[in-house]
Design a protein around this ligand. Structure first.
Ligand code: WQD
Length: 338
C-alpha cells in the first residue's frame, strides 16, 4: 500500500481518482482549497469507499503551508497534480492569474518533491497542448502548436518544466493529456460541479435538461464534418480515474523507460455535438431543447486521438462510451446538491 498525494482531490477528476486509488488499495491524502470544488465531495467519496479522505484546504501557492503537509507525510510515494485553474475564457481575460496560480503551484510541488525525495509525479495535462491540430488522430508524437489560450499555455509550460526537472533530478514524470472528460461516478455520489456557470457541452446539456437554463446552443452546424457540428473525443471520468491509478502502478513498478513520458487519454473516437445530444436523448428518454447558433470563436473543427500507447504501456483501455457518459451525468444531475 503506497501513499499518494492528490492535489485538487475534491475537484471533478480528482475526486473520481481518489475513489479509484482507494478502491485499488492505495492510501491517499488530498490538498484542495475548494476554489473550484466543494467539501461535500469528501462525503461522496466516503459513501462510495467507506474512507474519509484527509484533505488539507491550503493554497498550493503558499510554499510554507505546502511544506508542512510534506513534513507531516514523509512517506508520500507519488503525487498526482490536478489542482489548477481551467476556464479557457477566463484565462484569456486574466492571463497573469493563470500563470501565477498554475505555474507557482507546480514549482512549489516540485520543490517539495525534490526535498522529500518523492520520485513519482503525474501531471494533469490536456489535449489543448496540441493547439489547432491538423493531422488526425493526434498521437503523443504530434508536435505542440501555439496554445489557443493562456490556460493551454500553462499546461504546455508545466510540461516543459516537468521535462527539465525529470532530466535533472531523481524524479519520474508522466504527463497525462486528457481529451474531453465527461460523465460521473455510476453511484451518482460524485460528479462535475462547476462553481462558475457551465461552459462545456455535457454540463450544458445536463443543466438544460434539468431546467436550469433555457436551451443548449449548438455552436455551428456548417463545419466540414459528417453532420456539420464539431467533433470531439469524450472520455468518461471513471476511465480517466482508472488511468491515473494505472499510471501510479507503472511508475512505482519502475516500468517507465524514460524519466518523462506522455500519454493521451481518450476513447479514440470522434463524436459530433449533435450525436452527443442524440445519445443524451436516447438514454434519458427526454427531448433536449437545443438550437443551432453561430460558431464559437476559437473552436477547432475536430480533434480526437487514440489510446494505443496507454493500452500498450499502462495496460489501460476505456470501458465506457458516450451513452454511459450521458447516463451517468444525467443521474448525477438529478440528485446533486451542489
Ligand atoms: C465541446 C464541443 C463546442 C458548449 C475544452 C477546453 C479544453 C479541454 C476540454 C481542459 C465543441 C460544443 C459546447 C455548448 C456547444 N479542457 N459546444 N454548445 O472546447 O472541446 O474543450 O474542454 O483542458 O482545453 O478548451 O470542450 O465542452 O466546451 O466543447 O455546441 O454550449 O461542444 O463547440 O465543439 P472543448 P467543450
Amino acid at each position: 500500500m503506497s501513499k499518494v498525494l492528490v492535489t485538487g482531490g475534491c475537484g471533478y477528476i480528482g475526486s473520481h481518482t481518489l475513489v479509484n486509488l482507494i478502491t485499488q488499495g492505495h492510501e491517499v491524502i488530498s490538498i484542495d482549497n475548494f476554489m473550484n470544488a466543494y467539501e461535500k465531495a469528501l462525503d461522496g467519496i466516503r459513501e462510495i469507499t467507506g474512507i474519509r479522505v484527509k484533505n488539507y484546504p491550503i493554497d498550493l501557492c503558499d510554499a510554507g503551508e505546502l511544506a508542512r503537509v510534506f513534513d507531516e507525510h514523509p512517506d508520500i510515494e507519488a503525487v498526482i497534480h490536478f489542482a489548477a485553474l481551467k476556464a479557457v475564457g477566463e484565462s484569456v481575460e486574466r492571463p497573469l492569474l493563470y500563470f501565477r496560480n498554475n505555474i507557482n503551484s507546480l514549482i512549489n510541488i516540485l520543490d517539495q518533491a525534490v526535498k522529500h525525495k518523492v520520485k513519482n509525479i503525474i501531471f494533469s495535462s490536456s489535449c489543448t497542448v496540441y493547439g489547432q491540430a491538423t493531422d488526425l488522430p493526434v498521437t503523443e508524437t504530434t508536435e505542440m502548436k501555439e496554445a489557443e489560450s493562456p490556460y493551454g499555455r500553462t499546461k504546455q509550460i508545466g510540461e516543459y518544466i516537468l521535462k527539465d526537472i525529470a532530466r535533472l533530478k531523481d524524479i519520474n514524470v508522466l504527463s497525462l493529456r486528457y481529451f474531453n472528460p465527461a460523465g460521473a461516478h455510476p453511484s451518482a455520489k460524485i460528479g462535475e460541479a462547476p462553481r462558475v456557470i457551465a461552459l462545456n457541452l455535457v454540463p450544458v446539456i445536463m443543466e438544460t435538461a434539468a431546467g436550469k437554463r433555457d436551451k443548449c446552443l449548438v455552436f455551428g452546424d456548417d463545419y466540414n464534418t459528417r453532420d456539420g457540428s464539431c467533433v470531439r473525443d469524450y472520455i468518461h471520468v471513471v476511465d480517466l480515474a482508472d488511468a491515473h491509478t494505472k499510471a501510479v502502478s507503472y511508475l512505482l513498478a519502475g516500468k517507465n523507460t524514460d524519466k518523462y513520458e506522455v500519454f493521451n487519454l481518450c476513447i479514440g473516437d470522434g463524436i459530433t455535438v449533435l450525436e452527443a445530444i442524440r445519445a443524451f436523448e436516447k438514454v434519458s428518454g427526454k427531448k433536449l431543447n437545443y438550437e443551432v447558433g453561430p460558431r464559437r470563436p476559437g473552436d477547432v473543427v475536430a480533434i480526437y486521438s487514440n489510446y494505443e500507447k496507454a493500452q500498450r504501456l499502462l495496460g489501460w483501455e476505456p470501458q465506457y462510451g458516450i451513452e454511459d457518459i450521458m447516463r451517468s451525468a444525467w443521474q448525477w444531475e438529478q440528485v446533486r446538491e451542489y
